[in-house]
Design a protein around this ligand. Structure first.
Ligand code: ADP
Ligand code: MG
Length: 307
């Protein structure tokens, strides 16, 4: 049966350097093309940690203007989207599927009163000495913090995504049978000021943003593709137990027991729960890139649903 699917790609789908990314996305394109070939409506989202870090760093030294962080995010969406749309188009054409694939520069609304803004946690950019850190803070208003004995770095907030600004564009393209890459890196964070959307220096978790996107475009399935085939209890320990089908209630219980590492598996679990909660017909699936097709067929992966 035809499903509307949001596929969220993790760091392992993209790699770090440009050449590496261009090669890796050729592999990434295959399981996505399998889903499209099976007749599903597919929308792709992805992370951008290493890429936006690289772009930000390149603009933090030498004779270049200081590039605001939201602009760095926009650049990363374009850079990653270019490789993804290029590789996915090629993979589809090699299967005689002629479907337009495009990347939408995507903004995501956050609340300027989100508590995350008063407790920024995400270190970005280069390391500085304490003297430099004091000077930069005075010059720019950046919040600088000591990072694990390695020096001082700028920290920015990770607020909750509320709304994907371009969701109607995404829906229109899906209806037209097109493939869309959107909310790259969790989207460019913006705050609403009447008719104006103002970019803010922040990072939105790509798993949370993908959940908001999936809800807004009425997706049936949110697939989070990462480096592991399933979510585990007691991950990496002798009693490790891989999860197959789990209800929201069970997952919330495991979450409270502390099975999921914050910053890696926890946001995936939280996004899955949030998505599955919005409707009993909705399922979240966490699995590896290689197993996406088997996962959607119910053969593997961790499936989270309301009942
Ligand atoms: P991505 O780039 O896809 O977001 P992350 O590294 O942020 O990837 O998160 C996925 C990683 O989370 C896995 O590769 C695994 O090492 C780790 N992880 C932490 N806790 C668990 C768990 N309970 N079950 C499975 N993997 C876990
Ligand atoms: Mg992650």
């Amino acid at each position: 049966m035809k499903k509307r699917i949001v596929v969220a790609l993790g760091g392992n789908a993209l790699g770090h350097k440009p050449e590496e990314q261009r090669e890796l996305v050729r592999q990434t394109a295959k399981p996505i093309a399998d889903l499209i070939e099976s007749g599903h409506e597919v929308v792709i989202s992805h992370g951008n940690g290493p890429q936006v870090g690289m772009i930000n760093l390149a603009f933090s030294s030498g004779n270049v203007p200081r590039m605001p962080f939201p602009e760095c995010g926009a650049m990363s969406q374009g850079y990653i989207g270019f490789h993804l749309q290029n590789a996915l188009s090629e993979e589809l054409l090699s299967r005689r599927i002629d479907r337009p694939v495009s990347t939408i520069i995507t903004q995501v609304v956050v609340d300027e009163n989100d508590p995350a803004f008063s407790h920024p946690t995400k270190p970005i950019g280069p390391f500085y000495s304490s003297d430099e850190a004091v000077r930069i803070a005075a010059e720019t208003g950046y919040i600088m913090r000591e990072d694990a004995g390695r020096g001082y770095r700028r920290v920015i907030a990770s607020p909750q995504p509320l709304e994907v600004v371009e969701s109607k564009t995404v829906k229109a393209l899906i209806r037209a049978g097109q493939i869309v890459i959107t909310v790259g890196g969790g989207g460019i964070p913006v705050i609403r000021k009447d008719n104006r959307l103002e970019g803010v220096a922040a990072v939105i978790d790509k798993d949370f943003a993908s959940c908001v996107l999936a809800t807004m475009i009425d997706a049936d399935i949110l697939i989070i593709l990462t480096a592991v085939e399933k979510i585990a209890l007691h991950y990496g320990k002798p009693q490790e137990k891989w999860l197959d089908k789990v209800t929201v209630r069970e997952m919330e219980h495991y979450m409270q027991e502390g099975h999921f590492a914050s910053g890696s598996m926890l946001p995936k679990v939280q996004a899955s729960i949030a998505f599955a909660k919005t409707g009993r017909w909705r399922t979240a699936l966490v699995t590896s890139l290689e197993k996406a097709d088997d996962g959607i067929k119910g053969k593997t992966g961790t499936h989270i649903s309301l009942y």
